[in-house]
Design a protein around this ligand. Structure first.
Ligand code: GLA
Length: 368
């Protein structure tokens, strides 16, 4: 299904000549709608593999769009401060210190785009390229593929990446990431959707109640690079092992909260040897006024919980309402940040002959 809004905005971008060099094959940008028997819809574009909309019911059965974003391609392209709304980020989601790492005796230098560091794959990461789309009606899924070239953004190896969004009838959106390479390379692909279960543009998310299935986290330095320690969350504002409002401890005097401007950290998921590689519950979020619930499951070892600290009301989304400070939160399932430079973290190196394969699901429900 081709969206008119997306086609028109494509033409506008062409005329204005904005960020044209960042994308190839413009006229293949499309918008796809997945719908299930329960009436839930998910919209996805092959620009940046972005989820542009997720409509789910509240406790009264009223549908609402619970993700931040735009209704035109140029909205995503031109957003100030690059919020990565709804996008797939990679080849390495999150930060790599100073945009450098060593692999097999060679030093690689990446595009630096976040202070001294490389963030979310560099200047033109997976969020800013056009993917090939294959919509499969029988499975209610869309597979997006992208070929990242050797040396793209400084990374070694030709990487063939695929991301599949499948919408199930029990209101679960299952995301499968796959990749293969012809040279050893770090890979850490994730989804950067901002949720607001009250509905996008409905103020901040501080009243949402969050549970994170994680006893430890990875504290960071002032540029948000992990120090390498894995301390317990117990007794700190980072303890979400029992559900609490996101805003409950966010104002505490804590150096880590100052560095991130709030929560912008990776939690270490409680995963035993037995469930290695299996989907486990990573997070559960309940929004008390609408009753909407989001459960996040993943095969990954960590989750970056970012609560929209950099939003400040300047961006106005698809419904014309401003996205205020902490107007959305992300649960970016992933390996730990800066793993290529951190000897004690699980490896993120993919080698030729291996297949990168991870899964994450967002499942929606209601609690009355
Ligand atoms: C990630 C980072 C944040 C911020 C957002 C995008 O979640 O950890 O620091 O850069 O992306 O604004």
């Amino acid at each position: 299904m081709r969206s008119l809004a997306f086609s028109i905005s494509f033409a506008l971008v062409m005329m204005a000549g904005q960020v044209f060099a960042q994308v190839q094959d413009f006229d293949s940008i499309q918008l796809y709608t997945l719908k299930n028997k329960a009436g839930m819809t998910v919209k996805v574009t092959n620009y940046g593999a972005i989820i542009t909309s997720i409509q789910v019911p509240d406790k009264a059965g009223k549908l609402g769009d619970v993700v931040l974003g735009y209704d035109s391609v140029e909205g995503y392209m031109n957003a100030v401060d690059k919020p990565y709304f709804g996008a797939v980020v990679g080849r390495y989601g999150n930060r790599i210190a100073k945009g450098k790492f060593e692999l097999d005796g060679q030093t690689y230098t990446l595009s630096v785009n976040n202070g001294p560091n490389s963030l979310h794959g560099g200047i033109i990461g997976f969020d800013k390229v056009v993917w090939k789309a294959d919509y499969r009606q029988d499975k209610n899924e869309i597979e997006l593929t992208y070929h990242a070239k050797d040396k793209e953004e400084g990374y070694p190896g030709n990487l063939n990446v695929s991301v599949t969004y499948q919408l199930k009838d029990d209101n679960e959106l299952l995301i499968t990431y796959k990749a293969t390479t012809d040279k050893a390379t770090p890979v850490n692909i994730t989804q950067h959707t901002y949720f607001n279960l009250k509905g996008e543009g409905s103020g901040d998310i501080l009243g949402h109640e969050l549970m994170l299935n994680a006893d430890k986290y990875t504290p960071v330095d002032e540029t948000l690079i992990p120090t390498g320690e894995l301390p317990a969350v117990k007794g700190t504002p980072f303890d979400f092992t029992k559900a609490k409002a996101i805003g409950k401890d966010i104002g505490e005097k804590n150096e880590q909260l100052t560095f991130g401007g709030g929560y912008d950290h990776n939690w270490v998921l409680n995963r035993s040897e037995v469930d290695k590689g299996k989907m486990i519950l990573a997070a559960k979020v309940v929004e008390p006024t609408t009753g909407r619930v989001l459960e996040v499951r993943t095969t990954e070892s960590g989750v970056q919980f970012y609560c929209g600290n950099f939003l400040d009301g300047r961006l106005t989304g698809k419904s014309g309402k401003p996205y205020v400070h902490r107007g959305g939160f992300c649960l970016e399932t992933q390996h730990y940040p800066d793993s290529p430079n951190q000897k004690n973290f699980p490896s993120t190196i993919l080698k030729p002959g291996q297949e990168y394969h991870t899964q994450t699901s967002f499942r929606f429900g209601v609690e009355k």
